[in-house]
Write a protein that binds this ligand. Structure first.
Ligand code: NAD
Ligand code: ZN
Length: 448
């Protein structure tokens, strides 16, 4: 469990009133893990709560910790947690549904009315040093604990510094519990191979205590505790994942999952021509996901040239600045650039002209996915949608998308490294929020 009592958190007390405060380090319940938060990405919704105190019906009535795009390291596990161990690097899916309602049972838990979602009032978010979360909604992409391993230095093999125990007699994780040194070995980056993993500290953020520079993690065989019914298998077993999944990528799985869900709701097929309206973080990730899913031409529209330039750099086939243009002209420009009407339009602005453009431009029988959330009521050419059988589908967050998002990144199918970024320490959360408002980078990260 956590050794320190420091749990600095970014607590929103009301409009324009974000304070850095100490809060108690939470104790994980039986099915929860305690997470030492590493990186939190700032989302437009976090900033919106700060500037407006509410989003729709969700009103900040009492102090609330903000932040929900989270990655970190497991620092403790509850008594019933089987799949996670101290030291696992994880990404956290922010929502905890009830697991029992009709929607949850149908596998559409994002529609659960009892969803408890980080930083959606009154549920606290993750911009803190430590948080707890249900282990079923944590995803690891690097774990060398929980397998039977011996850690040795290749230079001085006799100086073995740790050895996992060989089983789970009590069904609980006891790996390395007898060897406190191993705690210092947690956050390594797995660099290669299946049986011999070269590991190294990440960014020097968690300095190696062991003096030897190169360390081989031997992984002679894999041990798994019995799986409970309905439990998802551990994702990303040791050694399968490359070193390209960083903590920042882990945080980005959150908005990436939105894009995965949007492409699924669009029923995107190979070769589909896709129009993405909006080149913010969500629009860009939708463009990249559509490409990764096999889309043909993907065209992105926005009002901002620099955002469009980045979208182009990141893989958009064509970008169109729609500022001061009429829908009829935008439609013609899109069709000219695409060579036809788009099969799918993914609306990522929430702006009325964009919804209208999507309806007017999408091919008859095509699909529009509404990702953007703008005004609650807008005027749209509904007859166009009805008579040309252009389906309009909403999406709400994501459901069962984190594993896919993780695999897309881990496999290199989606490369997030081109997204422009800014970084702030937890103490400078306010500055980070102001930077997010400037919107000069795709993502602002806070290191906790
Ligand atoms: P963002 O504000 O960073 O990006 C929106 C982009 O749309 C900007 O680049 C802006 O220039 C562009 N835009 C605005 N009006 C436009 C217009 N008339 N024509 C063309 N472009 C226009 O936001 P984001 O973080 O990328 O999120 C996009 C939207 O997705 C937001 O509305 C957000 O609330 C929504 N969202 C929805 C879900 C969901 O579950 N449905 C999840 C996450 C985000
Ligand atoms: Zn439910």
């Amino acid at each position: 469990m956590a050794e320190s009592t420091d749990n600095l958190a970014a607590v929103l007390h009301g409009i324009d009133d974000l304070r850095m405060e100490q809060i108690p380090i939470p104790v994980p319940g039986p099915h929860q893990v305690l997470v030492r938060v590493h990186t939190v990405g700032i989302c437009g919704s976090d900033v919106h709560y700060w500037t407006h105190g509410a989003i729709g019906n969700f009103v900040v009535r009492e102090p609330m910790v903000v932040g929900h795009e989270t990655s970190g390291v497991v620092a403790g596990v509850g008594s019933e947690v089987k799949d996670f161990q101290v030291g696992d690097r994880i990404a956290m899916e922010p929502g905890l549904p009830c697991k029992g309602c009709e929607h949850c049972k149908k596998g559409r838990y994002n529609l659960c009315a009892d969803m408890k979602f980080f930083a959606t009032p009154p549920i606290n978010g993750t911009l803190a040093r430590y948080v707890v979360h249900d282990s079923a909604f944590c995803y690891k992409w690097c774990s060398f604990v929980g397998t039977s391993v011996g850690v040795t230095s290749p230079l001085e093999p006799e100086k073995a510094v740790g050895r996992g125990d060989e089983g789970r007699e009590d069904g609980r994780s006891r790996k390395f519990s007898s060897n406190s040194q191993i705690e210092e070995w947690e956050p390594f980056q797995v660099l290669r191979d299946f049986h011999e993993l070269l590991i190294q500290p990440i960014n020097g953020a968690f300095p190696l205590q062991n003096p030897s520079e190169d360390v081989i993690l031997h992984r002679p065989h894999r041990l798994r505790g019995p799986r409970r019914l309905g439990q998802r298998p551990s994702l990303a077993p040791v050694g399968r994942l490359p070193d390209n999944v960083s903590f920042e990528d882990g945080s980005l799985l959150e908005p990436l999952s939105v894009a995965v869900h949007a492409c699924r709701r669009a029923n995107l097929q190979m070769g589909n021509r896709v129009l993405v309206l909006g080149a913010g973080p969500i629009g860009v990730l939708n463009m990249m996901t559509a490409k990764a899913a096999g889309a043909g031409r993907v065209i992105v529209t926005d009002l901002d040239d620099s955002r469009l330039a980045l979208a182009k750099k990141l893989g958009a086939d064509e970008v169109i600045n729609v500022r001061n243009k009429r829908v009829v002209d935008i439609r013609a420009e899109i069709i000219l650039a695409m060579g036809s009407e788009p099969d799918i339009s993914i609306e990522c602005t929430g702006a009325q002209p964009c919804v209208e453009t999507a309806i007017m431009t999408t091919i008859s029988g095509g699909v529009i996915v509404l990702v953007g959330l703008g005004a609650s009521r807008i005027e749209i050419p509904i007859i166009e949608s009805a008579c040309r059988e252009v389906d309009i589908r909403g999406i709400f967050r994501y459901v069962n998308c984190y594993p896919t998002a993780l695999e897309l990144v881990a496999s290199g199918r989606i490369d997030l490294s081109g997204l422009t970024r800014a970084h702030y320490p937890l103490e400078q959360t306010l500055e980070a929020f102001k930077r997010t408002q400037k919107a000069d980078v795709v993502k602002v990260f806070i290191q906790c």
